[in-house]
Structure formats: C-alpha cells, structure tokens
Design a protein around this ligand. Structure first.
Ligand code: ZN
Length: 235
C-alpha cells in the first residue's frame, strides 16, 4: 500500500479538501505549491495559514503533515499570456476556453511535483483537478491525467500514482466531502482561510468565504456552497 503522498496545495477550497482527504488516507503527507507569476499572490499567504490551522485544530493529522515546498515556476508567467498572469480582463477566447487557462499548467505542475516526490520518497501525487463543473481546461481531464501518470511512471522508472478525489464530484459535493473529512471545523476553516477568487479580492466576507463574488471562481464556489447548505437543511 502506498503510504506517502504529495498534495498540490494552492490554498484554495479544492486543494485544502484534497489535503484533508490525503491526511485521512496516508501516513505521511507533504505539500507543494508553485509561484508562477500569478497576478495575486494572496493564495500563497492563505496556504500557510491553512497549514497552521490544520496543525492547530486536527490532532490526528498533525503528526502526518510533513514538509511544505514552494517551487519557483516564474518561467510559466513569462511564456504564457493569460488573465491569471497578466493584468487583463477575464473573457472567453475563440477556442471556447477562458483566458484564465494557462496552457499546460497542470502538466508542468504535476511533472515538477513528480520530480520532487521522487526525491522525497513520496509515491502518490494528489491534485484537485475536476471534470465535473470545471472551466473546460483540457489539462484537468481524467484522461489527460491518466496519460501523465503512465508517462511519469515510465519516465521515472518508478510507479507514480496520480489521485484526483474531486474529479467526478461537483462543488456542492466538495463542501460535503470536506464536512465528512473534518466536520464543521474543516468547513469553517475553508470558509475563513482558503482563497479561490481569481481577482485576489479578500475585502468582502460572504457566507462561502472571501472574494469578489462575481469572477468565475467565486461564482462556482458561491453556487456550490448554496447548494450544499440547501441540501443540509436549515442550520
Ligand atoms: Zn472572485
């Protein structure tokens, strides 16, 4: 059985839920994030707070949570022209993809993560990619990641498993998964500490957390949270 995992942990709702999922499942869990010239580094600050809160609030996870890594991929910001890395409005391109798509980002992230995991003796990569209510990013697709898992395992001459616990669930189910893993404490932690907004806005606190409330990431998060609360019934 695999027991050592590396979670791609950006400090958002999805990757925080994945981190909890991994801590319930594996004996040793490390985290990695990438600085790639994203316009708003606020999520990189949020992730450190989330890690502190995990250690403070969840005794059963504290001893499993290992080193955190931050890799500098600023090259990606230099070679891609997108609304996540340049100061431009979010809109849809002619090919139907939003201009928040950083081409090949997840392929690069997972490949660098695999290199790190190999060095650290970690056998599983965990990512929050999702095909259910995603923005159409082709590098979030299950088949893309299955192919990459094969390529990495061959290229490293060592099995490297890619786990994507959110692949087939929607945002409401992601909130439910967090609740099942860490109860109300984890749901509250995600609301207060994680960051999803594309615009880096943390000036307004909504029922679902901080954000501008109108970018695609905020809308997904808000709708998912509303559905989660509606399914749960009145508090
Ligand atoms: Zn937003």
């Amino acid at each position: 059985m695999n027991s050592r995992a590396l979670v791609l942990f950006s400090g958002g709702q999805d990757s925080t839920t994945c981190l909890a999922w991994a801590l319930e499942r594996y004996q040793h869990v490390e985290t990695v994030a990438f600085a790639y010239g994203q316009r708003h580094a606020v999520e990189l600050d949020c992730r450190l707070k989330v890690l502190d809160e995990f250690r403070a609030q969840f005794a059963r996870w504290r001893g499993k949570l290992g080193d955190d890594h931050l890799l500098d991929l600023s090259l990606l910001g230099q070679i891609s022209d997108t609304a996540l890395t340049q100061d431009k409005a979010i809109e849809f391109e002619k090919n139907g993809l939003p201009n928040t798509f950083v081409p090949g980002r997840n392929l690069l992230f997972l490949t660098f993560a695999a290199t790190l995991a190999y060095r650290r003796g970690l056998e599983v990569l965990v990512g929050g990619m999702c095909e259910t209510d995603f923005s159409g990013y082709p590098d979030c697709r299950d088949n893309t990641l299955k192919a990459l898992q094969v390529a990495l395992s061959l290229g490293l001459a060592s099995p490297m498993v890619i786990e994507t616990p959110l692949m087939w669930i929607d945002k409401a189910a992601t909130w439910r998964l967090a609740e099942s893993l860490g109860g109300t404490a984890l749901v509250d932690l995600i609301i207060e500490q994680t960051h999803t907004c594309y615009l880096g806005d943390r000036s307004v606190r909504h029922a679902w957390g901080y954000g501008c409330g109108s970018c695609p990431a905020c809308e997904l998060r808000a709708h998912g949270h509303a559905a989660f609360r509606a399914q749960a019934g009145p508090a």
